[in-house]
Design a protein around this ligand. Structure first.
Ligand code: ADP
Length: 289
């Protein structure tokens, strides 16, 4: 089982002629609502990749449709808590040039009951995998528990916060960050990511692919991304990380899991949307990339 302690957000996407300036009032020309949040995206990616996924987190009173959608993708939501307040949500304005501005209300994602997470994780078995990101509470507590129980522990350091990464580092087997986050972390720690006390570090490089660093030997392996026309990079990193972890849980070696994740993320950037735009394993294998 892939255990994911992660955010669940309603993405409200407003199409606007331009991003509103301070003090400006603007009518949007389009509105769509979708499932998002790094946690939910990653759970959907892992499930679409064929993994068995149990999501840990919380939604508010308005979050029923999001749980239904997650379950529709095959994500087990039995341990997702239901609160009275609002669900996490994102107000996303996108202009004609696909530039965006995003405001996030964390809502229920930051009010997850620690005892419930602890009890849920106690059901995990050695050999299971645990992943979390920086959009919920309890990352460090849960990662420490998973590590102590013998699970493989992965962390996606986004949205980036140096203190959050520093706190979770001792419990990690795998750290995934993008290029900017890797630079920020190296600067905050005063050492290169090659020197991190984490066995495997993967740095994603957008259209350039990714680098996988085995810190024990310092070996750096590069994977190229296929050339695609990018229409929406929302959730590209989540798709990549979800597919990578699902692959590892299915017994793929790192190079094969990275290759599959790279193909999945490339397909995602060719489509609009977040969780709902993540390709299935069949699509990933069939695509001519
Ligand atoms: P994030 O979305 O977290 O900032 P990246 O931009 O590095 O992370 O993207 C994550 C992964 O998505 C990359 O490693 C790559 O595999 C894939 N990807 C992102 N942008 C593109 C692109 N324009 N073309 C092909 N693949 C892409």
């Amino acid at each position: 089982t892939l255990w994911n302690l992660g955010s669940i957000n309603a993405d409200h996407v407003y199409a606007v002629p331009h991003i509103p300036a301070p003090g400006e009032t603007l009518a949007a020309t389009g509105l769509s609502r979708g499932l998002g949040g790094k946690g939910a995206n990653m759970s959907v990616a892992m499930a679409r990749a064929g993994g068995r996924v149990a999501h840990l987190g919380a939604v508010g009173a308005d979050g029923g449709w999001m749980l239904e959608r997650l379950e529709g993708y095959g994500v087990d939501c039995a341990h997702v808590q239901r609160h009275d307040g609002p669900s996490g949500h994102a107000i996303i304005t996108v202009d004609a040039a696909a530039e965006n501005a995003i405001t996030i209300w964390p809502g229920a994602n930051r009010e997850i009951d620690p005892e419930a997470v602890k009890r849920a994780l106690e059901r995990a078995e050695r050999g299971d995998l645990f992943v979390t990101q920086n959009e919920t509470s309890l990352q460090v507590e849960a990662a420490a528990q998973a590590h102590a129980q013998g699970l493989t522990v992965a962390y996606a350091a986004a949205p980036f916060d140096a203190d959050a990464v520093r706190a979770v580092l001792p419990h990690l087997d795998l750290l995934v960050l993008n290029e900017i986050e890797a630079q920020q972390l190296a600067q905050a720690l005063g050492q290169p990511v090659e020197a991190l006390p984490v066995p495997n570090v993967v740095v994603t490089l957008g259209a350039k692919g990714c680098d996988w660093i085995e810190t024990a030997s310092g070996a750096r392996h590069h994977v190229d991304a296929p050339r695609v026309e990018a229409v929406d990079t929302t959730g590209a990193g989540d798709t990549f990380t979800g597919y990578l972890l699902a692959g590892l849980s299915q017994g793929l070696a790192m190079p094969e899991a990275l290759a599959r994740a790279t193909r999945a993320a490339a397909l995602k950037v060719g489509r609009h949307g977040a969780a709902d735009a993540i390709p299935t394993l069949e699509e990933v294998e069939r695509a001519a990339l």
